[in-house]
Design a protein around this ligand. Sequence first.
Ligand code: G3H
Ligand code: ZN
Length: 273
Amino acid sequence: MSLVTMKDLLDRAEGYAVGAFNASTPDMIPDILTAAEREQAPCILQVSWSALIFIGTAVFSALAPELARRVSTPVAIHLDHCTDIGQIEQAFGLGFTSVMIDASRLTLEENIRVTREVVRKAHARGISVEAELGRIGGTEDDVSSDVSTFTDPDEARWFVEQTGVDALAVAVGTAHGLYRGKPKLDFQRLRRLHEVSDAHLVLHGASGLPDEAVTEAVRCGVKKINVATELKLAWLEGVREVSGDDPRKVLGRARERVVEVVRAKIALMRGGT
Ligand code: G3H
Ligand code: ZN
């Protein structure tokens, strides 16, 4: 029914966060959307650049927008963690309604300059933009950081004013991939970031995050929550659960597992009020 921008989705999100789910195989595209349809929830279907190349740009751009339009709830299609403006410009023609420029490895001034340029180009096409300030630790498809640098609220306010970005990924103690110990989130900082920032806050690294931390993050004002690793693990477990020589049975179980995880995460992100 509706393919919308990320900003449209997040502007409407009162008292809940919208789940943003990474497709890393072609079959995950319909499965993430099926979960949104079954939960009757808005959702963000996202891919990293390397997942986009793996799936195939032609396959993705033919499949994702068409299937998203058939979902009865609003859906945005988002390019996750992109560090290259050239790739972002290619994504403009592939059906994305939202992009993330991740220039968090650069200095504040350079991050502002690069993000501002992406905002100018994307907004001219009606496409939303997410940026990152501070550094989220861990590894995610195309980005990796050994260090985690928490986002400073004063810098965040300045960054959003200077760039006009729609959504801001913040570093408050989450990390990409699975957690070794129990993650400790700085909720006070999150609340402060919500108070001072005109952009919607995004929480990355939700795989393995305890349910109560997700709920509290929603209470603190987070509007978009990213999940990738748990979908990959569920898919792999599903494959291993089925023996035999029928690819449809093996892949079928993997796909069911992905739908189950996405549905459970959506339900959790709704329960934050
Ligand atoms: O950008 C994607 C996410 O931040 C996902 O993180 O793999 O830890 O769920 P995750
Ligand atoms: Zn991320």
